[in-house]
Design a protein. Structure first.
Length: 20
């Protein structure tokens, strides 16, 4: 799962909708 990687890239719940 690439969650911590996406979370670091996307600061504001926008690009990483998987985390949010």
């Amino acid at each position: 799962m690439k969650v911590r990687i996406d979370y670091a890239l996307c600061n504001s719940c926008g690009l990483c909708r998987e985390v949010c």
